[in-house]
Design a protein around this ligand. Structure first.
Ligand code: UDX
Length: 446
């Protein structure tokens, strides 16, 4: 019989993981402490925008017409423990307010709530991104609290999904990392992932610490790559070079590669920024702060790009933002997501507003989330509406629909034809031909 699976924490990671496990053929029970989340999911609705997620929810949530009935939701740990053989911990680990370290209280409380109910063999599998050393500590905690004793164990299986591609990344991951302390745990994880493994996905077994580190190291590397090219953009800005051409030419060296080499307003979201900070904090606790001191620089390069975008806007508007109308296209931290956590786009919109500009924001999916964070900005239902009378238009999240905007049409509604491309994805020639000044980070002015 296939193992039964529970997924604890139904955010970006957990909701997708639960749905994907049902899609792979398992019986799944998803748990969240917030009933509004489980209620929504029980109706086949996703708590966030993620392409393809609602399709698989509808295919599997119990009680929906023509569903497989393999996916149900609860708020009860007792029920989850009674149901599952494998329990995936997918709760979030946000940055602690005023500190670099991450807040482990959700993970700790998930383990503390589940373990006392584990009275038969069970595998608790951590997926959340945590400071190295947490898994070993949590393994001791499970052993201490579970009535099943050694029959209840813990493994670490980090998740590398990208928002916007979460379903695809979960069903067909590029690698599976399993931090295990027993053959039984490894065998169970191989069973869970038998479909992607049959499709050729590499399976790497490690100790607990290495599994935790793979995730934080991957995010540190990705952030470094983005900040590297953004540092080159700063050099191009002073030397008169073109960072887009530079990145293209660098990318042909396959030791470097072209991915994650797009200069712009930098990285944001719920993962990269807080994960590199938590990694630095952990290195400090371990007495290895020097090893990760470079990440401080990666973080500052990234944050500087936001400030520079505000300055570029001020310069474009003749030296002052006061009373100037600015249209901001994009609020999500990246396209195909409604996530505005630490979004460079929304951060820049906020800075412009606080410095006196009249900012109108549009985003295809993230408007509601943006309004909650920044209720004082104006919001428009379409890009063209946002651009009405604008003295400058800022392209800050590269949604496909912004790439299709017609510069001539938009030119007819704005107050002045200035476009600032914070993502380096628009075609400068197209905009310039339509009478716009096009400016971007790390690129020559004309
Ligand atoms: C990231 C990791 O990619 C993923 O493996 C991990 O599990 C969680 O964190 P995600 O937060 O979904 O995923 O976003 P990602 O696609 O990595 O983009 C992060 C940020 O970097 C975005 O704000 C994006 O706009 C920016 N970015 C990305 C760039 O500025 N330039 C690039 O070349 C690539």
């Amino acid at each position: 019989m296939s193992p039964k699976i529970t997924v604890i924490g139904l955010g970006y990671l957990g909701a997708t993981h639960a749905a994907a496990m049902a899609e792979l053929g398992f019986d799944v029970l998803g748990l969240d402490i917030l009933p509004e989340k489980t209620d929504l999911l029980s109706r086949g609705l996703a708590p966030m925008y993620e392409p393809g997620l609602e399709d698989i929810l509808r295919r599997h949530v119990v009680g929906l017409p023509e569903s497989s009935g393999r996916l149900a939701f609860t708020t009860s740990y007792a029920e989850a423990a009674a149901f599952g053989d494998i329990h995936f911990i997918c709760v979030n680990t946000p940055q602690k307010p005023g500190e670099y370290a991450c807040d482990m209280s959700y993970v700790d409380s998930a383990v503390d709530s589940l373990a006392p109910h584990l009275d038969r063999p069970a595998l608790v599998v951590g997926k959340s991104t945590v400071p190295v050393g947490s898994a070993a500590r949590l393994a001791r905690r499970v052993a201490e609290l579970a009535p099943a004793g050694e029959e209840a164990e813990l493994a670490w299986n980090p998740e590398f999904l990208r928002e916007g591609f979460a379903v695809e990344d979960t069903l067909r991951p590029d690698r599976i990392v399993a931090g295990v302390t027993s053959e039984r745990a490894e065998a169970l994880l191989r069973e869970v992932y038998s479909t992607p493994l049959a499709g050729g996905t590499p399976f790497i077994t490690t100790d607990l610490a290495t599994a935790e580190l793979v995730k934080t190291a991957a995010n540190a590397f990705l952030s470094t790559k983005i900040s590297f090219i953004n540092a080159m953009a700063e050099i191009c800005e002073t030397a008169g070079g073109d960072v887009v051409k530079l990145a293209e030419a660098l990318g042909y060296d396959d030791r470097i590669g072209r991915k994650f080499l797009r200069a712009g307003i930098g990285f944001g979201g719920g993962c990269l920024p807080k994960d590199i900070r938590a990694f630095m904090a952990r290195a400090g606790e371990l007495g290895a702060a020097e090893a990760l001191a470079f990440l401080r620089e990666i973080d500052s390069i990234n944050m500087r790009r936001r400030v520079y975008m505000v300055e570029l806007t001020r310069e474009t508007l003749g030296g002052s933002l006061l009373g100037k109308r600015v249209a901001v296209l994009g609020a999500a931290f990246k396209p195909d997501s409604d996530d505005v956590r630490d979004s460079p786009a929304l951060n820049i919109a906020g800075q412009l507003h606080l410095q006196g500009a009249e900012v109108t924001v549009h985003d295809p999916k993230a408007m509601e989330n943006a309004k909650r964070v920044f209720p004082t900005l104006r919001y428009a239902d379409g890009a063209t509406e946002a651009a009405q009378g604008a003295h400058a238009v800022l392209h800050l999240t590269e949604w496909a629909e912004y790439g299709e905007l017609d510069p001539a049409v938009l030119g007819g509604v704005v107050g002045a034809r200035h476009i600032l491309d914070g993502r380096n994805t628009l075609d400068p020639e197209l905009w310039r031909k339509a009478g716009w000044t096009y400016r971007a980070l790390g690129r020559p002015t004309a």
